[in-house]
Design a protein. Structure first.
Lengths: 505, 507
């Protein structure tokens, strides 16, 4: 017990990989055993992070549950992990979504062993990003997460998976090149990668670096960081990999991709960009807000224009993540004020909320795709009477995505808008236009799938649509419960976020 | 007296080769078992050297000095430092896995293994030599069997051409380097009055000022070190595959039989880089400082150009061949920075690339042996038949891309850090290669191992043997271990680098 509580983060972080190793040695034909081992193994980190949540003291400044081990002394990097309110929220999201995604993949028949192993490795990669307090370790986990995702898309994806997976890989790796170079620059300058130390030293830096004034070096490094994270979020105009990757990925892959992987980019803004570049962030906040607004508006328009159900949901991620960036831009512009805190609270909460609703939406798309083998909106129609429970769940989740008051999306989007209105009035006003279209495309999706005349072949014969199964309902139940709880009583989680935000920004 | 472990390591393969040649050629199983026993023995000894090397003391260890030709100042002087100890281990690993992979060689296995072992002896000798003459001696021993191995057991279509090209390139390179080495020898002799090829004694003499002289070049006075550095460094760097003298290497890789390609790319190219470091940079530090921009430029061409060329290849083996050119460019890039980070990274990269490329060639060989083609468009779906090689290749591919958590990242990261300190712009340009590498590796993995397998493969692709699996697992294990725990090797390499920096600082 003592050991567990003093190594809580390491355990959460590495348990999935250890489980993947165990699965490696399971017999190939024991598909059922493999599935259940993976599911149970992914519940352990969830249990541990609930414990982490309970023991976490929100009022304390700085990082908690810190652990440090020697790693790569030659480049002065140590294995240093810890959590604060922001990362804790993201750790919770990750450990919650992974078991659900694994449960959602029980329908996978092909190469189950490899699939489950990749999923668990992916979990470790994502958790590592949220926990690292060492810039190099951050980068290590940042890149590691790419590999399992690439293979999940490439091996279990749909028709156009080769193109989509390579595009995903090259976009993200290309984006992180600048990050890598900037990280090396920091390491060369300070001989440390420890984040708390870097925050101080980098901000105190004056004079010239390599013959250039510090201000210009910082501006270049700032954009290197921003581009890397913007690609991951993804922010317009770097978003084009996302619809492809989402559309081709297997259902659970999309759930994690939208639910957690996109958050990595936003988290990079929170953990690295704002603390390391407060001056540049303030200076370029307008540019960031512009990108955010473009993502919101174009995301919504693009989503409205889709005929593929999954693509529609994919573009909605661009739209929703735009609000996260808008909140971040507003907070950067007015750092230290109450507006900044509200906007930032909203942004972090939006990350969590979008994780829930996007994962839910992608799962629901997957449910119907599994039965009909089409994602074309024109071929659906009138499915509500055929699958009333499914229809109800779809409407509920869509409403969360739309931002219906009483459900979680409303709370966070309202906070972002409330926080950024006084700071970035024009941008926020334009963003509201996007919000209007959010309503439009969500309703379009519901209408095309559930209402209107029934496409007869779904009602009879061999292609008859079947109702959502109990397993699938179990996947959705925790998500829906959280969506409702956070919509009515956001303080459950907002308290932790707010305390962290107030101390940090 | 301590156990003469380095002598034993160097001469074990040689002795084994002799024993093999005395065996009856038709007793193939006995021949293979003998070869494996010798390789295992060499691997264990090199592991012993690696793990008993005392990092806290640093410097040259396991030193042995014997007289050989005292009248010429030539001795058998062995010793390893933090840079060569990992390379000795690498040679042990590649030799062991090479024998495992070549179990199926059916055409004159006795001679095949004998030549392979002579080659291994030469390689061990270069890494352990502390005498300049000895280094040359074993360098040539390593190059010569290569010719026979490629010309006799190689790929029928290009083996004669490739063997000849390789041998000529390398001999010309080494002759040029030898001229430089002799100039150094005479300069030391004139200064101290003693004949010695012992590199440690030469270092001392150089520090005392033996090379502080001028060379008359068409009436212009050029400092001795500045004049001779290009000869020595480039002469050896040919074997390291430096641009524009790299093009023997992909041809050689492709034509060679599997185990020889493993040796060739895995160890032999390190020989060039290592000798360029030990003789070029360490004995002519001022020359290195003068010429470092040229080396930096050539090496960055290697890195970027090599990656692009690899991208457009359609022959599976050529892709790997050119990826070696690109990766060895990183080693040279690390050297040329002459910084602590860069040199440490280069040392790690030599080891990491050796293991990685040995694995690559092993897998290519396994695929080729079964599919009888290396044309990427004709391959596909191999993962279905060959799951171990597929996983091995994927892990190797990720190492090659510099994926964190694997040895490639551990090596490339310090190299790029070093380049940052020396020339930030070059770092930015060279980093393009990372994305290009990712692209071609991912494409190759997909085209060869996934997708639809051509129909004619159905039922024709046999499984790989247990020995092959052992080789793949061992190589993968090393790369993952080093990637997760860089401190297994980095501190050791650093001790070697400290010594080089001391020489550079004292220049």
């Amino acid at each position: 017990m003592e050991f567990i509580s003093s190594h809580l983060l390491t355990l959460i972080l590495f348990f999935p990989v250890l489980a993947a190793l165990v699965i490696l040695f399971l017999p190939r034909d024991e598909v059922k055993l493999t599935r259940w081992t993976a599911l149970i193994a992914s519940l352990v980190p969830f249990g541990l992070s609930v414990w982490l949540w309970v023991r976490f003291e929100a009022g304390l400044p700085g990082f908690q549950f810190k652990e440090t081990y020697a790693w790569y002394a030659a480049v002065s990097s140590a294995f240093h992990i810890g959590v604060d309110g922001l990362s804790l929220t993201m750790v919770m999201l990750t450990t919650l979504l992974t078991p659900l995604a694994i449960l959602a993949s029980f329908g996978i028949q092909d190469k189950v062993k490899a699939y489950m192993m990749l999923f668990l490795m992916l979990e470790t990669g994502m958790l590592g990003v949220f926990m690292s307090l060492d810039l190099l370790i951050f980068f290590v986990f940042w890149e590691i997460g790419l590999v399992p995702m690439y293979f999940l898309i490439n091996q279990w994806g749909s028709a156009n998976r080769n193109y989509a997976s390579l595009k995903f890989m090259i976009y993200t790796m290309g984006g992180s090149l600048g990050l890598l170079l900037a990280i090396q620059l920091l390491g060369v300058l300070f001989q440390t990668y420890d984040l708390p130390a870097l925050y101080e030293q980098w901000n105190a830096l004056e004079g010239t670096v390599m013959g250039l004034p510090v201000a210009s070096v910082k501006a270049i490094a700032f954009w290197a960081f921003v581009v890397a994270f913007a690609i991951k979020v993804p922010v317009w105009p770097f978003h084009t990999w996302l619809p492809d990757a989402h559309t081709e990925a297997p259902t659970a892959g999309s759930m994690i991709l939208a639910g957690v992987l996109l958050k990595l980019g936003a988290y990079g803004f929170l953990r690295l960009v704002l603390p390391l570049y407060p001056v540049e962030s303030e200076k370029y906040a307008g540019a960031l807000a512009f990108l955010a607004v473009m993502a919101i508006v174009f995301g919504a328009f693009a989503s409205f224009g889709q005929t593929d159900f999954k693509r529609l949901v994919a573009y909605s991620s661009v739209n929703h993540m735009g609000f996260v960036l808008l909140g971040i831009a507003a907070a950067a512009k007015s750092a230290g004020t109450m507006n900044a805190h509200i906007a930032m609270d909203g942004a972090v909460l939006q990350m969590f909320n979008h994780g829930l609703s996007a994962a839910g939406m992608f799962f629901l798309v997957g449910v119907i795709y599994e039965r009909t083998h089409t994602r074309n909106l024109e071929e659906f129609g009138g499915l509500f009477p055929l699958a009333p429970v499914y229809g109800g769940i779809l409407i509920f989740t869509s409403m969360a995505s739309l931002g219906l008051p009483g459900l979680n999306g409303f709370v966070s989007e309202f906070m972002v808008v409330r926080g950024s209105w006084p700071v970035l009035t024009v941008y926020t006003a334009i963003a509201m236009l996007g919000l209007l279209f959010t309503g439009a495309y969500i309703l379009k999706g519901i209408k095309k799938v559930l209402h209107g005349p029934v496409n007869e072949h779904w009602a009879h014969g061999e292609r008859k649509l079947t109702e959502i199964t109990t397993r699938e309902i179990i996947v959705m139940a925790p998500l829906m419960a959280l969506i409702l709880v956070l919509g009515i009583w956001p303080m459950v989680i907002l308290d932790v976020i707010n305390k962290a935000v107030t101390m940090l920004f | 007296m301590q156990f003469p472990i380095l002598s034993v390591i160097v001469f074990t393969p040689m002795l084994a080769a002799l024993i093999l040649l005395l065996m009856k050629p038709e007793r193939k199983t006995e021949i293979r078992v003998t070869a494996l026993a010798a390789a295992t023995f060499a691997l264990l000894l090199s592991l012993w050297v690696y793990f008993t090397y005392d990092k806290s003391v640093a410097g040259y260890q396991f030193e042995e000095v014997y007289n050989w030709m005292p009248s010429l100042g030539i001795g058998l002087h062995w010793g390893v430092d933090g840079i060569s100890a990992p390379l000795v281990l690498l040679t042990g690993v590649v030799m062991f896995t090479g024998v495992l992979i070549s179990w199926g060689v059916d055409d004159r296995p006795r001679e095949f293994f004998a030549f392979l072992f002579i080659l291994a002896s030469g390689v061990f000798g270069v890494f352990a030599a502390l005498d300049l003459f000895l280094l040359f001696f074993f360098y040539e021993i390593a190059v010569f069997p290569m010719y026979l191995l490629i010309a006799i057991w190689g790929w029928v279509k290009t083996r004669e051409y490739a063997a000849m090209k390789l041998t000529l390139y390398l001999f010309i390179g080494s002759v040029i380097a030898l001229v430089g080495a002799l100039a150094m020898f005479w300069a030391v002799k004139e200064y101290t009055g003693t004949l010695t090829f012992d590199m440690l004694k030469m270092e001392e003499a150089i520090r005392a000022g033996a090379f502080d002289r001028m060379v008359n070049l068409f009436g212009k006075e050029v400092p001795f070190q500045v004049f001779w550095f290009p000869f020595v460094f480039m002469g050896f760097a040919v074997l390291g595959g430096i641009f524009p003298f790299h093009n023997w290497s992909p041809d050689g890789h492709v034509a060679a039989p599997t185990a020889v390609s493993m040796f060739h790319a895995g160890v032999l190219m390190k020989l060039g880089a290592f000798a360029a470091l030990r003789v070029g940079i360490m004995l002519l530090p001022e020359g290195a400082l003068y010429w470092k921009w040229v080396v930096l430029g050539l090496a960055s061409v290697n890195v970027v150009y090599g990656a692009f060329i690899a991208f457009v290849q359609t022959d599976f083996k050529y892709v790997i061949g050119f990826s070696s050119v690109s990766h060895m460019g990183l080693v040279m890039l690390g050297f040329s920075t002459l910084t602590r980070d860069g040199l440490t990274g280069a040392g790690l990269q030599m080891f990491s690339h050796g293991v990685m490329t040995a694995l690559f060639f092993a897998v290519v060989g396994m695929v080729y042996d079964r599919a009888h083609t290396r044309e990427i468009p004709k391959l596909g779906g191999m993962a279905k038949y060959l799951s171990w090689p597929a996983i091995g290749f994927i892990i190797g591919g990720l190492v090659s891309m510099g994926m964190p958590g694997l040895s490639g990242f551990v090596a490339e990261f310090p190299i790029f850090r070093g380049v940052w300190q020396a020339a930030p712009l070059v770092a930015i340009v060279a980093s393009i290669s990372i994305v290009v590498t990712a692209a071609y590796i991912m494409l190759v993995i997909r085209r060869v191992f996934f997708g639809e397998a051509p129909a004619e493969f159905e039922g024709h692709i046999g499984p790989i043997s247990v020995l092959d699996k052992v080789a793949i697992a061992l190589l993968c294990f090393i790369m993952v271990c080093l990637g997760l725990f860089p401190s297994l090797m980095a501190p050791m390499v650093e001790t070697g680098v400290d010594n080089i920096l001391r020489l550079l600082g004292g220049a």
